[in-house]
Design a binder for this molecule. Structure first.
Ligand SMILES: Nc1nc2c([nH]c(=O)n2[C@H]2C[C@H](O)[C@@H](COP(=O)(O)OP(=O)(O)OP(=O)(O)O)O2)c(=O)[nH]1
Ligand SMILES: [Mg+2]
Length: 129
């Protein structure tokens, strides 16, 4: 089975976070996500996150803070999500690959459909807010 390590960023500003909609043709397509992507060989989580957030939402990440790690088996793919909080960045996030994106209240995250692995992330964010 395919197994991937993924760097995921919770882009935070006050009580909001920036989320994107995954393209329909991708794994877990059509669902909302916290921006990020696969960690390439030789990259640290922070390096992968900076690269992915620049590609996907066009921000420059200055520093990140570890939040949690989640292993999840989708049946067709096993993912290990390395999730960091990104509160120190420059630029204004937008869907740089043409995808939909939005600043949403953390308290309202359950109104959006996310992949199954995200349940634990959202629960932890809600507990802390
Ligand atoms: N970015 C992101 N990926 C997530 C989240 N939740 C979740 O299960 N995933 C899964 C879906 C995918 O299987 C994998 C991330 O892969 P990806 O498609 O974003 O990878 P990538 O940006 O490098 O893009 P590509 O190589 O497929 O073009 O992690 C999430 O909140 N954010
Ligand atoms: Mg991605």
């Amino acid at each position: 089975m395919k197994q991937v390590d993924v760097a995921v960023g919770i882009i935070k500003r006050e009580s909001q976070t920036y989320i994107c909609k995954r393209p329909e043709d991708k794994h877990q397509g059509g669902l909302w996500e916290f921006p990020g992507g696969k960690i390439e060989v030789g990259e640290s989580v922070a390096q992968a996150l900076s690269r992915e957030l620049h590609e996907e939402v066009a921000i420059r990440v200055h520093s990140t803070e570890e939040f949690m790690r989640i292993e999840h088996d989708y049946g067709d793919k096993h993912v290990c999500l390395h999730i960091h909080i990104v509160a120190d960045f420059s630029g204004e996030p937008h869907g740089a690959e043409g995808q939909q994106g939005a600043w949403v209240d953390i308290a309202a995250l359950n109104d959006y459909a996310f992949p199954e692995a995200n349940v634990a992330i959202i629960n932890k964010l809600l507990e802390q807010s």
